[in-house]
Design a protein. Structure first.
Length: 275
């Protein structure tokens, strides 16, 4: 397991107050939203979408503090936070959630977006490498969100929303990254089980299952020799944008989406259809 570098802080908070930039009527209470992995890509787009709605956003990062601060500085509205934690570390998750409780007094929406991919397949000749890929992937993609959810539930009341990041790979498979696909299947199952468990508390839980998305990380594959074939997987002949994923999550986290609880929303441009 990776250990934090010297000088690592269990949590870091940068407050953001920028008056007179609300997008909605100031009489409307602003939701308190934690988004993990929000320093770039899909997570940053999710942060922007909630901020445009007038919500307060906590931008989580693992190592990219400067990127997270840049996202914060560009957000509409006020009252946003930057918070740091390695999701492999239970103590850092606890410190992060305690910091949010101290700053906001509670939480209304948790978006478990952060995730990692280890490119490992059955051709791997090193059992230590194979095992590490499974351990690390599940630590970040499954156990991290599970522990975050446990803490979030102690800050969340009726009307709370949890949206988890699954993947098309959970249902279609991903032969060049088997641990990743398995971890996202676990996220989907966890989401549905939580939805059943938390309904009596008025908390709705959903997940989204994107295919390929046009992000900086995604372009490492999309700009390569497989890029055109990947785009042709969808009859739209393209991949998703981060903003499309963000706006789907914005709906699932809304008061109008209670009856969607338990849903796993496919966001893959008809590239993989399941009954």
């Amino acid at each position: 397991m990776r250990q934090p570098s010297a000088g690592w802080k269990t949590h870091h908070i940068l407050r953001h107050f920028r008056p007179n930039r609300w997008c909605h009527n100031q009489a409307v209470p602003k939701r308190r939203v934690l988004i993990t992995g929000a320093s770039r890509g899909i997570g940053a787009a999710i942060a922007r979408a909630f901020a445009q709605e007038g919500d307060r956003v906590a931008i989580h990062y693992s190592t990219a503090k400067s990127d997270a601060e840049a996202v914060l500085e560009a957000l509409a509205g006020e009252g946003h936070l930057v918070v740091g934690a390695d999701l492999r570390r239970r103590d850092e998750i606890q410190a992060l959630m305690e910091a949010i409780q101290q700053e906001w007094g509670g939480l209304d929406v948790l978006v478990n977006n952060a995730g990692i991919v280890h490119r490992v397949d059955t051709a791997c000749e090193d059992v230590a490498e194979w095992s590490m890929a499974w351990d690390d992937t599940f630590e970040v993609n499954v156990l991290g969100p599970a522990v975050l959810t446990w803490h979030a539930l102690r800050l969340m009341g009726p009307g709370g929303r949890i949206v988890n990041m699954a993947s098309r790979a959970a249902f279609r498979g991903m032969p060049d990254s088997i641990p990743y696909a398995a971890s996202k299947a676990a996220v989907a199952a966890m989401s549905q089980s939580l939805a059943q468990s938390l309904a009596e508390r008025g908390i709705a839980v959903t997940a989204v299952a994107p295919g390929y998305v046009e992000t900086d990380m995604g372009r490492l594959v999309l700009d390569g020799e497989q890029g055109e074939a990947i785009r042709r997987q969808s009859p739209f002949h393209r991949v998703a944008t981060s903003e499309e994923i963000a706006h789907a999550i914005l709906y699932l986290a809304s008061p109008a989406a209670e009856w969607a609880s338990g849903a796993i929303l496919d966001l893959n441009g008809a590239s993989h259809l399941r009954m």
